[in-house]
Ligand binder design. Structure first.
Ligand code: ZN
Length: 300
């Protein structure tokens, strides 16, 4: 269950209102503002590095080509425009940051890679200055016991040395372990549903063995019905091989009847009806081919 993030107000609330907010609410809004700042920052950084690159070439005495010069000016405009966009974001951030500075609650981060652990500080000795973290704002203001109840053995035992004593650590009962178990159960359920749907479509011979037809195996009811229609039509078109196609027809019809619970006679009657309809349709659409559809010598 994904909980909805705290809605970011158009204007930050007054200090006395923010004082009533939970740490989770404050940090979720901070994280949203930080996200916007980070996005603008990275666009500004790439424009700035293009500018620096060109200016250093100019400093070495190279003259910029006219398109390079106009790209440089564009980038300089971009940097100025983005800097203007950052200002109100930092202003928006300030009251929330002030509230954190006033109350100083706990915060938790997960190292953003596979098998990354959850830490209660970004200065854990197991991490490096370049370590990328993702902020677990839903744990803001919690204590280590509550953190471990949620994240289980993902908790770092260096910055949370008591972790193994807490509920959820390594016992499969943590919130994340239960989520994973639910995800697995859901996947199993969908797999079973898919298998049931396939079984609904699948066909075998009447004795349960694969339905062999014309040197291949027919696996679905739909293709068995198509093959039956072809056998019925071929018996009409190739009277010389009528016996062979009639045998195919009877074999396929028996398998279909076994699958659907209809009588063999009804299955054959339905196939004959659909073949007759198909031939009438073809004759209307392609009158010049009607002669070809008339009985002819079997070529096989
Ligand atoms: Zn740690």
């Amino acid at each position: 269950v994904i909980r909805k993030l705290t809605k970011r107000p158009a204007q930050p609330p007054a200090a006395e209102v923010l004082a009533t907010w939970t740490p989770v609410q404050v940090d979720e809004v901070i994280a949203q503002i930080n996200g916007d700042i980070g996005e603008i920052d990275s666009r500004r950084d790439s424009a700035q590095s293009r500018i620096n690159n060109k200016l250093s070439q100019v400093a070495k005495g190279r003259t910029l080509l006219s398109y390079e010069q106009s790209r440089l000016e564009e980038d300089q405009e971009t940097v100025a425009r983005l800097a203007e966009k950052l200002e109100p974001l930092y202003a928006e951030l300030r009251p929330y940051d002030d509230e954190y500075t006033r109350r100083r609650w706990t915060r938790y981060w997960i190292v953003d890679n596979t098998n990354g652990h959850v830490h209660n500080t970004r200065h854990c000795q197991t991490c490096y200055p370049t370590t990328q973290y993702r902020w677990l704002t839903e744990l803001s203001g919690s204590d280590d016991a509550a953190c471990i109840e949620l994240v289980g053995e993902t908790a770092c035992t260096v910055c949370m040395p008591d972790a193994p004593k807490f509920k959820g650590f390594g016992d499969g009962q943590s919130g994340w372990a239960k989520n994973t178990a639910e995800e697995i159960a859901e996947k199993e359920r969908m797999k079973a549903e898919k298998a049931a749907k396939q079984a609904e479509k699948a066909i075998t011979d009447v004795d349960g063995s694969p339905l062999r037809h014309d040197h291949s195996t027919i696996r679905t009811l739909v293709s068995a019905k198509q093959a039956l229609n072809n056998a019925v039509e071929n018996a009409l078109i190739y009277p010389n091989s009528e016996d062979r196609y009639t045998e195919q027809r009877n074999h396929l019809a028996a398998a279909i009847a076994h699958k659907t619970g209809e009588t063999i006679e009804n299955v054959i009657a339905a196939a004959e009806k659909s073949v007759a309809a198909r031939r009438r349709r073809q004759e209307r659409q392609y009158p010049h081919l009607a002669a070809l559809a008339a009985p002819q010598q079997d070529q096989t």
